[in-house]
Design a protein around this ligand. Structure first.
Ligand code: NAP
Ligand code: MG
Length: 508
């Protein structure tokens, strides 16, 4: 049994012992804290570091190198050199596959360690870090490894006078900037297809959650991904992130984060080299429950869909729209789900609801809970910050009833465990409310009426519409947004479109 595994099995219950547990775990994990460039860990050129604070107890857990423009430039140069040398980009897809499968095996071997780093760094329950986040990261690496030697190029129908070939080539140096809510998984949605397609990569994790990725990139090198192909530069958005966005030698940007910052990357591109930018941004997903739905299933999924990961999910079904005739009955049951999801120490394997990311996010969520009440919505369950004595950040699962879609809590992304309940009278009104948002990432519809389900799936403007579930499809379905939820798609074979250029070759 590995040290991390023993630790997870023996983690005690309750909030208060968390400080000791973290110190104990960290001394075993020895987190990597430097910048990873050209196959090596190095300090920031400036020598600066920033503090990582665990949301479990509010204490400093590591000092991480603070990369900025100079480090990004060094990383891009190393990525370019690796790309141009062909050491990865010119390998046969089957050879890249072999290395990536070795990488996946190493991730699996270190799953407990990675899960523990993730939980200590950003506070998600250890059982989900391991069974959801790290498990899906491994699946992503394997899936793209296995896919890449099975995708064919095209021959154009030019006629007998010549031969037109349409080839997909790697973009070159791809820059990726990722958020903190699923630090490793959001990184893997990008690094797995980017590397499989033969690109070199410079990735900037969110300043709030760099630790797991810094270990993963080391494992990638151990698996045989050549130096310079996969670089990780921790640092802040306005410095390191912007430098990557504006770099003249970065061929494409892949971003996941807020809509506000996503728009900056479009600007950076216009101000620099017109690099293509793909964006996975925010959401305020409608979750529409008709009276004929399987209500028990709908209740459970509607609650878990938001309370999972403390509501810090871009596609969380936060606008719960219920047909008026069943609303009260539905809410009584939903209260039960909320009560079962009281926040607790994320290091305990039984915990289902961990922390909020940090003090800033906690204040932000609490200000929305206040705004909801001021605007006249009814606080139906939860609403309080709890366990403050631990030094960590915890908020109760919260439900607002009598919400109008024009209210702040229905229009803005709260990114916390807060459900806004809106009643509707019929399918037309449901569609109108669902689409009355700047976002279009995700929507869910609950009904046994197949005609109604399909009609709504067409009329709702969102990248994904799920019927009788708030999730599903796994890696096989593309993920991404309409409207201000983004541009481009992650997951599935379609993700490869962002990381390859189309080349036409004509032979007379
Ligand atoms: P964020 O504040 O937009 O940050 C995302 C990344 O951008 C971070 O690495 C951040 O760096 C960087 N950044 C911040 N300001 C920047 C700037 N001026 N120039 C360049 N880079 C900059 O988002 P977040 O708070 O980390 O994550 C939550 C958001 O992500 C939510 O809106 C959520 O909906 C969205 N999200 C979307 C998806 C999806 O697939 N659609 C998935 C997950 C999350 P620092 O924070 O280190 O400064
Ligand atoms: Mg941030």
């Amino acid at each position: 049994m590995s040290l991390a595994e023993t630790f997870i099995k023996n983690a005690p219950q309750g909030i208060s012992p968390a400080s000791d547990e973290i110190a104990q775990a960290l001394s075993r994990l020895e987190p990597r804290t430097q910048i990873f460039i050209d196959g090596k860990f190095v300090p920031a050129a400036s020598g600066k570091t920033f503090d990582r604070i665990s949301p479990i107890n509010g204490k400093v857990i590591a000092k991480v190198a603070e990369g900025d423009a100079e480090d990004i430039d060094r990383a891009v140069k190393s990525a370019r050199k690796a790309f141009d040398s062909g050491v990865w980009s010119d390998l046969a897809p089957a050879a890249r596959k072999k290395t990536l499968l070795r990488f996946a095996d190493l991730l699996a071997k270190h799953a407990d360690e990675l899960a523990l780093l993730e939980t200590i760094d950003m506070g998600k329950p250890i059982r989900f870090s391991k069974a959801v986040d790290v498990a899906m990261v491994i699946e992503h690496v394997r899936w793209y490894a296995e896919a890449i030697d099975k995708v064919y190029d095209e021959i154009a129908p030019t006629g007998p006078g010549g031969l037109g070939m349409i080839r997909r080539e790697p973009m070159g140096v791809v820059g990726a900037v990722i958020p903190w809510n699923y630090p490793l998984l959001m990184a893997a949605w990008k690094f797995a297809p980017i590397l499989a397609a033969g690109n070199s990569l410079v990735m900037k994790p969110a300043e709030q959650s760099p630790l797991s990725l810094l270990r993963v990139v080391e494992l990638a090198a151990e698996a045989g991904i050549p130096a310079g192909v996969f670089n990780v530069v921790p640092g802040f958005g306005p410095t390191a992130g912007a430098a990557l966005g504006k770099h003249m030698d970065v061929d494409a940007i892949s971003f996941t984060g807020s809509t506000e910052v996503g728009k900056y990357f479009l600007k950076y591109s216009g101000e620099s080299n017109m690099k293509p930018v793909s964006l996975e941004c925010g959401g305020k997903s409608p979750n529409i429950v008709f009276a004929d739905a399987d209500l028990d299933q709908a209740v459970m999924a509607s609650g878990m869909g938001v309370f999972f990961n403390s509501g810090q999910s871009c596609n969380a079904p936060t606008r719960l729209m219920i047909e008026a005739s069943i609303k009260d009955q539905f809410l009584e049951k939903l209260k039960g789900v909320a009560a079962n999801m009281a926040p607790d120490n994320p290091l305990n394997p039984k915990t289902a609801h961990g922390t909020i990311l940090d003090g800033t996010q906690t204040k932000r969520i609490m200000s929305y809970i206040e705004a909801g009440q001021k605007e006249g919505a009814k606080l139906f369950a939860g609403g309080k910050q709890v366990h403050q004595a631990s030094g960590g950040y915890y908020i109760e699962p919260t439900i607002f009833d009598n919400v109008k879609n024009s209210m702040k809590i229905a229009q803005e992304e709260i990114f916390g465990p807060v459900i806004s309940v809106i009643a509707f009278k019929d399918a037309n009104e449901a569609v109108q409310i669902a689409n009355d948002t700047i976002y279009g990432l995700w929507a869910s519809v609950w009904t046994k009426n197949i005609d109604r389900a399909l009609t709504l799936s067409r009329k709702i403007r969102a990248g994904t519409v799920t019927i009788n579930d708030v999730d599903g499809g796994g890696i096989t379905l593309p993920f991404g947004g309409y409207k201000q939820s983004g541009i481009g798609r992650d997951k599935s074979l379609h993700a490869l479109e962002k990381y390859t250029q189309m080349k036409a070759i004509y032979i007379k």
